[in-house]
Design a protein around this ligand. Structure first.
Ligand code: ADP
Length: 482
């Protein structure tokens, strides 16, 4: 296994996570390795990560030399290189604090990107790179245009086009790339440096995390201003659906469930035990009503406003709700307010907790994900794996993973609404509850269909592997695609 693809990411589970990016970068490298191609991961050395020091180096950053300490750890079988510079990475947040982005995010992530490649070249044997989101968008450009960096192929993945890493033009100087290469067809975008655009424009291949999102981002509605760039590069753009880590997210051996709470498709009694315990832990009474879960970042993307604005209508539907998330203060307060008003029906857990996330997925009857847009979305997939029927807006990866009874009565795995509106959302919750209450056989079938689906990484990991093989000349023939 001498060939190596180097994943460079700002987060990877379980070492550091704020969202789906971490789930992907924590699990895909291991899957690729199982298929026979070596992988390595490079991460910033945040203060919560423990590692062993390997050595130090000086990295040039706009006329200064920055001391970087490299460390090592691992995720499963995959070695992880840590890029340390405490003034930049030993902070309370990853990207922001108290709702405000760090003002030096340009320096932080350009330094990280440079040091990541220099470190990978020193400690590993890279054949190519795989960079993720705007944080590492400068990497393919460094590899193509910076004389101190090797000219190696790079795949770039867009996990969420909403955040593009836009900075003043002057920030480009941190890259050390000649200004001749700072152009409208590389990293310049309407008078700004746009690191996402740098990644898209200069990578050898661009992927995003679902086929529908790959189409959507080429339109004005979803393209975030980069739709023309994406259309221009559509020949090298593909959508590969995220898989899930079936070791961590599996109701039959989920480590956040007690033994008697674990369950599988043949016996759901553990699920109902989890529901009882979950209600008790959340301070909700057992009321013989369906339990609806929601887990996610509390930001406009996730459509939380549909729940808040339409609570009077949702309240009449007589379910119980547990919502877990952190994010915009206005959403956090709105959820707390509902909890205060309806303490028997609604529990708002304003925190980040893996334990609660797993237990809600396991114990809820339905899972609500009314995202405005959703590149892939993992929670709806976790829900299906746990027999928790998702209610989703039919967009991006949600459209690619959830089948509504109106599309196929037999194959349905959840409920979807097409138009992003309060009425459509409330009606769909109503429709789902109607099946729950009045068509128990159909309900069981929907649960079963979801639990039977194969959402493991296997199929998608092969697609990434094909993509590396196309980009990296002479990649080891031992790599298996069978
Ligand atoms: P995104 O990447 O946009 O945040 P995804 O659905 O792709 O959305 O992935 C979100 C991941 O983050 C899931 O694994 C979800 O369980 C987790 N997550 C989000 N908010 C929380 C929270 N408050 N506590 C625990 N896990 C959370």
């Amino acid at each position: 296994m001498s060939s190596q693809v180097i994943f460079v990411s700002s987060e990877a589970s379980p070492l550091v996570k704020t969202g789906g990016l971490a789930d992907v970068c924590g699990s895909l490298p291991g899957e690729i390795q199982t298929l026979g191609l070596g992988t390595r991961i490079v991460l910033p050395w945040y203060k919560t990560i423990e590692g062993t020091i390997l050595g130090t180096t000086m990295v040039p950053l706009s006329g200064r030399e920055i001391k970087v300490t490299y460390g090592e750890t691992s995720i499963g079988e995959v070695p992880v290189l840590l890029v340390g510079h405490p003034p930049m990475f030993h902070r309370d947040g990853l990207y922001h604090e108290n709702g405000k982005p760090y003002p030096d995010n340009d320096r932080r992530f350009i330094l990280f990107s440079k040091a990541a490649v220099l470190g990978a070249e020193q400690y590993f044997e890279p054949d190519g790179y795989h960079a993720h989101d705007w944080f590492t968008g400068i990497i393919p450009m460094l590899l193509k245009y910076h004389e101190d960096f090797p000219n190696r192929p790079c795949v770039y993945t867009i996990h969420n086009l909403r955040h593009q890493g836009e900075f003043p033009v002057e920030s480009f100087r941190y890259s050390g790339i000649s200004w001749d290469h700072f152009r409208f067809d590389t990293a310049e975008h309407y008078g700004q440096l746009n690191l996402m655009k740098a990644g898209i424009s200069t990578a050898d291949h661009v992927t995003t995390v679902s086929p529908t999102y790959a189409e959507e981002i080429q339109t004005k509605e979803y393209g975030g201003g980069l739709e023309e760039v994406l259309r221009y590069h559509s020949d090298k753009l593909s959508g590969i659906l995220n898989g899930i880590d079936t070791g961590a997210w599996n109701p039959s051996h989920d480590s956040y469930l007690e033994e008697e709470e674990q369950f599988d498709i043949d016996n759901l009694s553990g699920k109902y035990k989890t529901r009882s315990n979950l209600l008790r832990e959340a301070g909700l009474p057992e009321m013989d009503r369906p339990l609806i879960g929601l887990v996610g970042r509390l930001v406009p993307q996730k459509g939380i406003d549909l729940v808040l604005d339409h609570w009077p209508a949702l309240k009449r539907l007589e379910a119980q709700w547990i919502v877990l998330g952190t994010g915009d203060t206005e959403f956090e307060n709105g959820l707390r307010k509902i909890e205060n008003r309806c303490p028997e029906m609604f529990s708002a857990k304003i925190m980040f907790s893996e334990r609660w996330a797993h237990r809600i997925e396991a114990g809820a009857d339905l899972f609500c994900m009314p995202s405005r847009f959703e590149p892939c979305g993992l929670n709806q997939i976790y829900s299906m794996a746990y027999g928790t029927v998702p209610i989703v807006h039919r967009t991006g990866g949600l459209a690619d993973t959830v089948i509504d009874p109106s599309e196929s009565e037999d194959k349905a795995t959840g409920f979807t609404f097409k138009k992003f509106s309060g009425d459509a959302f409330v009606n769909t919750v109503k429709r789902a509850l109607n099946v729950y209450h009045n068509q128990p056989n159909h309900w069981s079938k929907i649960q079963e269909n979801g639990m039977k689906k194969d959402f493991s990484w296997q199929a998608s990991a092969k697609k990434y592997l094909r993509c590396y093989i196309q980009q990296i000349e002479g990649l080891e023939p031992e790599v298996s695609l069978v």
